[in-house]
Ligand binder design. Structure first.
Ligand code: PGA
Length: 248
């Protein structure tokens, strides 16, 4: 279990320069005025990372990216390496998000290579896993997660450099979430599935339609160490409300 909870903002491909600036400055000011009980991580699109690094410098808010290359350096047009992200001031990177898996065909082994790159560069990986079908029962969900975890966690993973985000795909951007009981049970099962001695004590975040209304009960669950927030992270007041709920 982490203390404090980790609340990560996944902006996805949203916003423009002015919005990125307003949002990050607003977050920084809010934290300066009143300390937030959680560890916030902001993951804007690549072009706004430099801006984020300068705004969030000397603040308690961490910066993260939404992806990185599975390679180190070289002739790979369009790719961004983990070392570049580190160089830009990132300390986290989201990897294996279901939108990358679905729209870019990222397999578990491909994701594992990216996570290993993140570790090599000194970044913490927020590794996303989750099932597609809301009709699955607990055992079926655990079966899917077991394969994803087994194949997308590299040998370099440990509890310091790896955070797991359980994101049921059917809950992402839909306004629908599993019940709190289901979330807690799944998080317990995920912890049991993590490699012993490597990352069995890693933080496990919940993601998928977390908002200012439901965050309180989700973050209060004993096995939830934080949240990965998409849509609701684009609104300053909503994201701050969620981050303010991140007390143990
Ligand atoms: P959502 O997205 O909060 O908009 O459902 C979460 C995510 O995809 O990480």
């Amino acid at each position: 279990m982490t203390n404090p909870k980790l609340i990560a903002a996944n902006w996805k491909m949203n916003g423009r320069l002015s919005m990125a600036q307003t949002l990050m400055e607003g977050l920084k000011q809010a934290v300066l005025q009143k300390p937030i009980p959680s560890q916030m991580v902001i993951c804007p699109p690549y072009p706004y990372l430099g801006l984020g690094a300068s705004i969030l410098k000397n603040s308690t808010i961490a910066l993260g990216a939404q992806d990185c290359s599975q390679r180190t350096d070289g002739a790979y047009t369009g790719e961004v390496s983990a070392a570049m992200l580190k160089d830009m001031g990132c300390s986290y990177v989201i990897l294996g998000h279901s939108e990358r898996r679905e729209y870019h065909g990222e397999s578990d082994s491909f994701v594992a290579a990216k996570v290993a790159q993140a570790h090599k560069a000194g970044l913490k990986a927020i590794l996303c896993v989750g099932e597609k079908d809301p009709r699955m029962n607990h055992e079926e969900r655990v079966g899917v997660l077991k394969i994803q975890l087994r194949n997308s966690i590299p040998a370099s993973a440990n509890e310091q450099n790896t955070v797991i985000a359980y994101e049921p795909i059917w809950a992402i951007g839909t306004g629908v979430t599993p019940t709190t009981q289901q979330i807690n049970d799944l998080h317990k099962s995920i912890r049991e599935l993590l490699p012993a001695g490597m990352c069995h004590r890693s933080a496990i975040l919940y993601g998928g339609s977390v908002n200012a209304k439901n965050a309180g009960e989700i973050l209060a669950l004993s096995d939830v160490d934080g949240a990965l927030v998409g849509g609701a992270s684009l609104k300053l007041s909503d994201f701050l409300s969620i981050a303010n709920l991140g007390k143990i």
